[in-house]
Unconditional design. Structure first.
Length: 408
């Protein structure tokens, strides 16, 4: 039985990572001859062995089916020669001054220039600083006649990429009709809807979506800091103002806003707007400053002195039920605690090399719930606890039923 992408050959540059691998699996399952080109030899071997190198819902089962369909992971860039489409998953990082590093995107692009044949489609997949697609388009249009270029940003939640590639609309942008139609043909079998934007609209849309989430966390964290600094339990307030109140349905709870995207993309949007994205900078101060506040809370719980005490961190990944530690604020907390003279033990069921949970609970004078993994949600912690998330330290509020309904 023919599949929608039968006959198409696609190579993904950086194909064994969080962005490239889920896409590669879906392309292979849709019938495309798919190559995952990656310099990480260990990840290549893991993928070819039928396992995801990171946590992904239903990942291994779908990967094994894709391998049966001919999916290949390789460290040989020569696999790009025969592919009719090259997918680049290199995003724009920020430097130590929080400015975008376009040089990294251009460097990867240039490494594969020898494979830019006429009629070949180049797809940019990761987050890009606004205007990057146009820069790359100008570069290749002048030197490679007949080349096609599209920016088709990923929009998935880490750990659920395979599920969301199937269920979320896909944005496709290009400067010419041929490029758009070529990219449309690749993504139409994967996504329920295709949304067409200009490249600049797509670049801004991706940054704005992530910045919006970062701002949402900052609002919750700011209110948490206000309440807790005055000795008021914020989570009692949170329960009260969200209980059966429809206008608070989207009110975020506080927590550590981390990971490889939200902070970085907020700073990219600020840089694009000549550092006049005041809300974004304020959000950074709040979200990053939460780590320092947690350390001060630990010090308070231990009687004002951390030096020589043992503090346990429950969770090192940047979000719950995940194994990705990139930009996790738990490491910032660890560093701050150690600077204060504490001995720090770290537990995480998904991150290799961490201490056993039993040891952390047995030897710690205080603990911090730094990642709200499911495994931690019913722990009984006997020592002082700092829980920004309000999961283990879950206060009750008094609610009395008056006996009348809302329409009475």
């Amino acid at each position: 039985m023919m599949k929608p992408l039968d006959g198409k050959s696609i190579a993904i540059i950086g194909g064994c990572g969080h962005v490239g691998l889920p896409l590669g699996v879906k392309l292979a399952l849709a019938g495309a001859e798919t190559y995952l080109v990656d310099v990480n030899e260990k990840a290549v071997a893991t993928v070819n062995g039928g396992r995801f190198p990171f946590k992904e819902l239903d990942g291994d089962a779908q990967l094994r089916r894709a391998l049966e369909r001919g999916l290949v992971a390789t460290s040989d860039p020569g696999a790009c020669a025969s592919a009719e489409a090259l997918v680049f998953v290199t995003g724009t990082p920020v430097d130590e001054h929080l400015n975008p590093k376009l040089s990294e995107v251009i460097r990867i692009f240039d490494l594969y220039e020898e494979y830019f044949a006429p009629g070949k489609l180049l797809i940019l997949r990761s987050t890009l600083f606004p205007g990057t697609t146009e820069q790359l388009w100008r570069r290749v249009r002048g030197s490679h006649a007949g080349i096609r270029l599209a920016f088709c940003p990923e929009r998935v939640s880490q750990g659920f990429a395979l599920e969301e590639i199937d269920s979320l609309p896909q944005i496709v942008s290009a400067f010419d009709e041929e490029s758009f139609e070529s990219a449309f043909e690749i993504f139409a079998p994967l996504a329920p809807k295709i949304i067409r934007l200009s490249p600049l609209e797509a670049e801004l849309g991706k940054l704005m979506a992530n910045s919006w989430r970062y701002l949402e966390f900052a609002i919750a964290n700011q209110f948490y800091l206000i309440a807790e600094s005055q000795g008021v339990d914020f989570h009692r307030i949170y329960k009260a103002i969200t209980l059966d109140y429809p206008r608070a349905a989207g009110y975020k709870a506080p927590g550590f806003a981390a990971g490889p995207c939200l902070f970085k993309d907020t700073m990219q949007l600020a840089s694009f707007f000549d550092n006049r994205f005041y809300l974004g900078h304020s959000a950074m101060l709040v979200n990053e400053g939460l780590a320092s506040f947690v350390v001060s809370r630990v010090k308070h719980e231990l009687g004002g002195e951390i030096w020589g005490r043992t503090v346990g961190l429950l969770g090192m990944a940047f979000k719950a039920d995940n194994d990705d530690t990139r930009e996790a604020l738990s490491f910032k907390i660890k560093k701050l605690l150690e600077f204060e003279g504490a001995r720090v033990l770290c537990a995480d069921p998904y991150v290799p090399g961490c201490d056993a949970l039993e040891r952390v609970l047995a030897e710690s004078d205080a603990v911090v719930l730094s990642t709200p993994h499911t495994e931690y949600r019913h722990l009984e912690v006997q020592m002082p606890l700092v829980d920004v998330w309000g999961i283990l330290d879950d206060p009750a509020i008094e609610v009395r039923d008056t006996g009348r309904g809302p329409a009475d």
